[in-house]
Unconditional design. Structure first.
Length: 298
DNA sequence: CCGACTACCTGCCCGC
DNA sequence: TGCGGGCAGGTAGTCG
């Protein structure tokens, strides 16, 4: 479930275990995820202390004490879970096939936690293997290829209506694809784009340029969209925080957030805009589903 | 430059 | 009960 709010939730969930911990052993259960891991991945992590965790867009960053940062992306199905204490293999379990979940445990960080809290395993699980991990230099992160062209964070102070007006001016691209473009805003995904458009009563099919005046200034609708983006992300992070324990300890593919979507995956249901009376439709844009209400989103 | 389309991979759900 | 098709939160590449 990894869009920005989910990655932020993962970061917060992992921080207590990982911050200050030492990587005692790194287990690669396969040499690649979506891409091959760096050949020296294990060697460069082993023995390092973790200074802290951070996030950029949908990327989780693990900062190490030698100036290296592990850059991790969860793809579509990636999740982390924590197992505390010594491994306790069940007696008689030796010949058991691994559970189907364990089958997709691809990377395991064995850490010694700070302040004598003992050992833990931080386990990266990713059935579809669209995620990846890489190494970068922390003081040069902006130069990291995936970050070079990333747009601003939705919650940062550089995302405002004037900025979006600049990006949207002259663009015939539909709002849906424009907002999914990580170069425009970093961290929005399919769910929250649908939700933000619904909140601001804008159709996903609307051409981006139509939210900009002839003089290049944001129309009111763009102001409202900007506020909706901010609010939907902030709300989701807040909701994630409250379900954090479950999210980290289960595989996280289902969960809390589902209950808070207003249009995403609600094809055929009544629109939740008060007094609207429309129905949620599903269309395909850029090969991906858009959910919206034809009646109140213009 | 743009948009359209494909690829990557596994699991799940639905209809037959 | 099994099988085929479609679908899934992501990014990156190619092609016209």
């Amino acid at each position: 479930m990894p869009e920005l709010p989910e990655v932020e939730t993962v970061k917060r969930g992992l921080s207590p275990t990982m911050e200050g911990a030492v990587m005692q052993r790194v287990e690669l259960r396969r040499p690649d995820l979506r891409f091959p891991l760096p050949r020296d991945f294990v060697a460069r992590l082993t023995g390092r202390q973790i200074i802290g965790l951070a996030r950029r867009a949908k990327y989780l960053l693990i900062d190490l004490d030698d100036g290296t940062t592990v850059v991790a992306h969860l793809g579509m199905s990636g999740s982390f879970r924590i197992e505390e204490g010594e491994r306790s293999d069940q007696p008689g379990d030796f010949h058991h096939a691994r559970s189907k979940d364990e089958k997709h445990d691809h990377v395991i960080f064995h850490v010694e936690q700070s302040q004598g809290r003992g050992v833990a395993r931080v386990i990266y699980n990713d059935p579809r293997r669209f995620g990846f991990m890489d190494l970068a230099l922390r003081n040069d992160l902006d130069a990291y290829p995936a970050f070079r062209e990333l747009g601003p964070e939705p919650l940062g102070n550089t995302l405002d209506a004037a900025y979006l007006a600049g990006r949207f001016a002259g663009k015939q691209q539909p709002l849906k694809t424009a907002l999914l473009d990580q170069k425009v805003i970093a961290g929005l995904g399919n769910i929250y784009v649908c939700e933000a458009l619904w909140r601001s009563h804008l159709s996903p099919k609307r051409a981006a340029a139509t939210l900009v005046t002839a003089t290049g200034r944001p129309k009111k609708e763009l102001q409202s969209l900007t506020e909706a983006i901010h609010a939907v992300i902030a709300d989701a992070i807040e909701a994630g925080g409250s379900s954090l324990r479950d999210h980290i300890q289960t595989d996280g593919t289902l969960g809390y957030f589902q209950h808070s979507f207003c249009v995403y995956d609600r094809e055929g249901e009544a629109c939740r805009t008060p007094g609207c009376g429309g129905r949620v439709e599903r269309i395909v844009q850029g090969g991906r589903s858009s959910f919206y209400c034809h009646h109140c989103q213009k």
